[in-house]
Design a protein around this ligand. Sequence first.
Ligand code: ATP
Length: 441
Amino acid sequence: MSVTMEKIVSLCKRRGFIFQSSEIYGGINACYDYGPLGVELKKNIKEIWWRSMVYERDDIVGLDAAILMHPRVWEASGHVAGFTDPLVDCRICKQRFREDEIPPAKWEKRQCPHCGNVGSLTDARQFNLMFKTHMGPIEEDASVVYLRPETAQGIYVNFKNVIDSSRKKIPFGIAQIGKAFRNEITPGNFTFRTREFEQAEMQFFVKPGHDEAKFEMWQKIRMDWYRRIGIRENKMRFRPHGSGELAHYAKAAMDIEYEYPIGWKELEGIHNRTDYDLTRHQEYSGKDLSYFDDASRERFVPYIIETSAGIDRTVLTCLIDGYEEEKLDNETRIVLHLDPKIAPIKTAVFPLVNRDGMPELAHQIAKELMGDFNVFYDDSGAVGRRYRRQDEAGTPYCITIDSQTLQDQTVTIRDRDSMKQDRVPIHGISVELKNRIQGKN
Ligand code: ATP
């Protein structure tokens, strides 16, 4: 049975991965909250991204810039003038569209894709996607500030600060994870396109002329990263941008796409942004953002290779990629095959029955494991049902304390994917789990 967005939405709500924001008030469009399981999944994904970008390399450092920035930043970046989508309204059914989403044959007749009426669509108006607010108590034009629509600009404006304080030499990168906001015209498909989302971006500064090789290098590294968090290789592909669709700042762009239930769509963008960003910030700020290269005794404005990932979109991708409805002899089990490294709960501990000292021993084992893992204790209902609940939560290993445990101090570890159970001594469980989570067994 194939996975649909509706099945993912329903699992997310049922198990506490993702909820509609402000649901008890009827919800607010295109904003979502992460529940107890979702927050762990998201945190694990961010942690692996940070580890691979910052800790496992000696040429990237981290940054955490403010969401609100000087309004001139967004003039320099081109967002005030150019971060717009063409908005089209249907005069009859009041639906809104992005012009580029309307099939050309319909657009020619101004036919609404929703209600079908011919001649009902307005001309396209350019609509700026940045959220505006006011800084300070007076709501006047001079106090307008924007919620950042991307995290990248916080990195560019800190380029000099980071160089001067960290003594990094080019080529090097700056990585950042943080919230971004876009007043999307047509959000939708659950958390695929929302108005508030989290980005994980890395800007790699290189000498002009070295940009093309690094652009290639980063495509490979980023594709490898998605494999590392367990996404199936045959569901991903590269898609280069044609010259007609390149953003104003980019010399080349490559998307990593995933095959979602709604088709192949962008998961991450990798861009060769040239010296556009630093040159513009130089012009608008009047500050010198060039770099002196000791090795070649040359001064230049660095080129930038950007890797821009969406954390919420990655969470959604992992949920979709891992979802399976598996036919067993007389039932269907829903299982989330999340990579153990990103699974919200690493292990669940069950006493087989609630007597003979089994719950006490199970509690003790769970407590000991809590120092190292996110552990869930469950003693309610038949053990088969408890396994099923963990399968849906993506918990890779379940530990069961049974009557044999009381005799020989061994427990069973059940594997979520194969459903195979192995007996291991209690004193070895922690190491056993660690090895399995790291893929060493
Ligand atoms: P699109 O053209 O589809 O609007 P984009 O090309 O503008 O997207 P980027 O600016 O390259 O997207 O953003 C980088 C990444 O940030 C995307 O690959 C995606 O993972 C994430 N992202 C962008 N917009 C949203 C959104 N509205 N909701 C969730 N994630 C988003």
